[in-house]
Design a binder for this molecule. Structure first.
Ligand SMILES: Nc1ncnc2c1ncn2[C@@H]1O[C@H](COP(=O)(O)OP(=O)(O)OP(=O)(O)O)[C@@H](O)[C@H]1O
Length: 289
């Protein structure tokens, strides 16, 4: 779809139908041909403490297909990180189901790797190379020689092969995030989950990292689920964007955004799209979903 299509309201945003009750029964059998890679199906998530229950998301549904760059966009507290944790297998839905390749997700696994915002996700006593090798060895995915080769391959992809033998404290914030991305991609997950990975970077580095992520995607074509609360970042990084309403998060709309790139920044179509999303997120509160 081109940016021209994005001007047209109905094609730009597809309103989300009324929430359906959670699908009953066991997880589906093996993935059928053409079935989405990841299905989030009527998922409600809660935190339970002794005093109260906090509902983080309410009956959220979306599908991811191979090589999608799918963005979860919504205001602070709408449950984006919680959804990512549930897809990672760290939290179980109280209703609905998450399926990967047609099978219910019930625990963390090497097919779903998360890159976080924090710079301290790399053990400081390991070199960059050892950091990228570590999950490959810990999960027994590869032997030492193959893990070393695969790690170097992905370090090269993020432009850090020269830094293989240094320790994380010798790297800038952006470089540490590149190592975290290389480490995640080296596992060759079915879905790469990124939770505001560039939010702690300065504006210029953040833009550069977005550019590099897109270049990397062009080369590797991984499937990405990316969380952000930046409208601009969502439009640049995603080919599809799910808009979540404020707490508890519900699907407000899904937007097709693959006509935008970093080159679109500042352009009138880009600004119009940003403003429309802003209105959908904040001004039409209560009118949607
Ligand atoms: N461990 C927890 N215990 C209780 N409530 C929690 C916990 N973690 C998150 N919450 C609540 O769940 C809701 C969703 O939080 P979550 O962190 O998923 O939102 P978010 O959209 O990722 O926000 P942000 O953009 O600020 O990171 C919020 O109301 C939050 O206060």
């Amino acid at each position: 779809m081109t940016t021209t299509t994005l001007r047209a309201g109905p094609a730009f945003a597809r309103p989300v139908p009324a929430p359906q009750p959670a699908a009953p029964g066991p997880a589906a059998e093996a993935a059928a041909v053409g079935e989405p890679l990841l299905q989030v199906d009527g998922v409600s998530l809660e935190y339970r403490t002794r005093e109260r229950v906090v509902r983080a998301t309410h009956r959220v549904s979306f599908d991811l297909h191979e090589a999608d760059r799918f963005v979860l966009l919504g205001p602070s507290g709408c449950g984006k990180s919680t959804l990512l944790k549930a897809i990672g297998g760290f939290i179980r839905p109280v209703e609905g189901e998450i399926r990967l390749d047609g099978r219910g997700v019930s625990a963390p696994g090497p097919d779903r790797i998360v890159v976080f915002q924090e710079f301290d996700q790399l053990p400081p006593w390991k070199t960059v190379h050892q950091n990228v090798m570590f999950p490959l060895l810990a999960s027994r995915s590869l032997g030492r020689k193959e893990a070393a080769e695969r790690a170097l391959h992905y370090l090269d992809k993020v432009g850090l092969a020269r830094f293989a033998d240094v320790h994380p404290h010798q790297l800038s914030g952006g470089m540490k995030q590149r190592v975290a991305i290389a480490r995640a991609l080296a596992m060759q997950p079915r879905v790469l989950l990124m939770d505001e990975p560039f939010a702690a970077l300065d504006a210029l580095t953040r833009r550069k990292m977005q550019e590099e992520l897109l270049a990397l995607w062009d080369e590797v074509r991984f499937t990405l689920l990316f969380v952000t609360h930046s409208i601009e970042e969502a439009l640049v990084v995603g080919n599809r964007i799910a808009l979540l309403s404020p707490h508890p998060g519900r699907m407000r709309a899904e937007i097709n955004s693959h006509g935008f790139t970093l080159g679109s920044l500042g352009g009138s179509e880009f600004q119009a799209a940003s403003q429309r999303i802003h209105r959908m997120l904040f001004e039409e509160e209560g009118a949607g979903a």
